[in-house]
Design a binder for this molecule. Sequence first.
Ligand SMILES: [Zn+2]
Length: 234
Amino acid sequence: MNRPELHNIYRLVISWLYPNICPCCEKYIDYNAAFCDECSIEIKPYDGSYVIKYADKFIAACFYEGIVESAVLRFKKTDCGNSYYAFAYRIAEVLREKGLSSATDLIVPIPLTKKKLSERGYNQTELMAKELRFMLNVPYENVLVKKSDTVEQKSLSASQRRENLRGVFTVSPKAADIAGKRILLIDDVCTTGSTLSEASEVLKEAGAKTVIAAAFAKTIMKDTKENRSGSDTQ
Ligand SMILES: [Zn+2]
């Protein structure tokens, strides 16, 4: 029995104690389902073609709006429930659809600063990466370190966001050598892509062969041409 099969059995057993719920509406769902049927219909799959500088590819599972936005915001406040499994599940689905599920050697989550991690108690993208390692049967590692707190990205323009993040990520001295590795870089939400771009650049400088930047949800850019028809902006 391989790791994904073992993990599936683990989820089944855990669901007897903690029944699985839909991250959007909190309705009870099957132990290995991501969202309930009603919410699945409402979630708009991402069909854009956004480009992340320094990354070889960018994929996202859905658009950041409506019930998805509420589920992500809840995920940042509490790690209970099915959120990280469901978000990882949708990313894995898109990777399979695009033939990219075996195009990676290592899963790397976008890190939080030590201060933010101690405040929140968990890194939401690390929880997603931990689930993805079972779904893709690929290891994960906290390769990146976020050095210092930055100004809240939400309040900044696209160019200010890039400047705000300049030099904020480094490769951990404890990390395994990533030279020649194909990295799957994970974030929960991608807005302008500054975070994924900055992290991709650091991974490439450390010798990563390729970087696939993956987010659960992509915001719809109101100030650019990015929209559901898939215009590109960056
Ligand atoms: Zn639901």
